[in-house]
Design a protein around this ligand. Structure first.
Ligand code: KG4
Length: 340
């Protein structure tokens, strides 16, 4: 039987990405990052949508070329409909609509958060691959999200806990900024933390009921701690940068893991997955490995290319919707905010 070939398009924030999937096997995944934001210390929405406009045609062309797929062989076009920056989403949405209409094939809208979760089912066609079984818990941590998602089926997901203020990646980035580290600061903190003492400094941890998170208190505690110490020693940050990064990182990871352990124990779910850009964090990955042993979890951490924003996960989610005949009309519009 001819495989189902889906083109996925992702443009929710500052990465323009296109991917081709044949059944659940990934044929290509092209990502164009936008360097234009680095000097601003954060993503500038207007610049992001302009860069998407420049990138979308070459990125899609390259994804088809690497997959050795002619556009006429596509069965459907899947695109990120939201949540995300509306100007960025409009570029991917408009392109997907135009392509699907010109090829007379179905259009599939994908929730970006569901895409992150379903990235765990991407196959590279290698032997020994294993995928989570339902129900599983997915910790989704990125620059915009910190959520625990209970995944009951491909199209049945429930956010059981989420941040009430900043996301974990945002906390890393904001704390990095006060230490004058480049944007995005998360990877820099991770790198510097490797030669630091995670127990050197203690920062405030939130006390919130249930599975929800909060990171704004930690950010403020970190800021005040630096301010007070700089008053005594102007070089405090430079002299303690490794220990500061290690202690901050250990605090973020322990906040994330405490709620995940609670959810796993109360819901009796031992299949635990990690998604989102912060999944690259080495301390978080180590904590996953540690808890897997301690609590007999089956853990799932996809390759880094599928944890950050990418179109492979959108194509994958699109494939499951295709199988269920769940298409979207050309009149649908993107949404900046939406639940899962
Ligand atoms: O999913 P993602 O690529 O896109 C957004 O949601 O924006 O995640 C980006 C986030 C940023 O906050 C970045 O600092 C963080 O992921 N990040 C990390 C690491 N790599 C990326 N945070 C901590 N440690 C890392 N190694």
């Amino acid at each position: 039987m001819k495989p189902i070939i889906i083109l996925g398009i992702e443009s929710s924030c500052d990465d323009t990405s296109a991917a081709v999937i044949s059944d659940s096997i990934l044929l290509s995944n092209v990502i164009a990052n936008q360097q234009v934001h680095s000097s601003f210390g954060g993503v500038v929405p207007e610049l992001a949508s302009r860069a998407h406009q420049q990138n979308i045609v070459p990125v899609v062309g390259e994804a088809l070329r690497r997959a050795h797929i002619d556009r006429h062989d596509l069965d459907a076009v899947a695109f990120t409909r939201g949540p995300g920056l509306i100007g960025s989403l409009l570029v991917g949405t408009s392109f997907a609509k135009g392509l699907a209409q010109s090829l007379n094939i179905p259009l599939i809208d994908v929730n970006h958060l569901q895409g992150h979760v379903l990235a765990h089912f991407i196959s590279e066609g290698k032997a020994g691959e294993h995928f989570p079984k339902f129900p599983f818990l997915c910790l989704l941590v990125s620059g915009g999200n910190s959520q625990i998602i209970a995944v009951h089926d491909f199209d049945k997901m429930e956010i059981i806990g989420q941040t009430i203020d900043d996301a974990a990646g945002e906390a890393f980035d904001k704390c990095a900024k006060v230490m004058n580290l480049p944007y995005p600061g998360g990877p820099h903190i991770d790198k510097l933390a490797r030669s630091g003492n995670p127990k050197k400094f203690a920062f405030a941890k939130p006390n919130i009921k249930g599975y929800n998170y909060s990171f704004s208190g930690l950010k403020t505690s970190f800021l005040y701690f630096l301010r007070d110490n700089i008053l005594e020693n102007n070089d405090f940050i430079a002299q303690n940068i490794n220990d500061l990064c290690a202690s901050l990182q250990a605090t973020v990871v322990s906040i994330l893991m405490e709620k995940l352990v609670l959810a796993s124990q109360r819901l009796q779910i031992n299949e635990i997955a990690l998604a989102g850009g912060v999944a690259a964090n080495s301390a978080l990955r180590n904590a996953f490995a540690h808890y897997a042993e301690k609590y007999r979890w089956n853990i799932f951490i996809p390759p880094l290319a599928y944890t950050t924003d990418n179109a492979a996960m959108i194509a994958m989610a699109g494939y499951f919707k295709y199988l269920r005949g769940n298409f979207c009309s050309l009149t649908e519009v993107p949404y900046a905010r939406v639940a899962i």
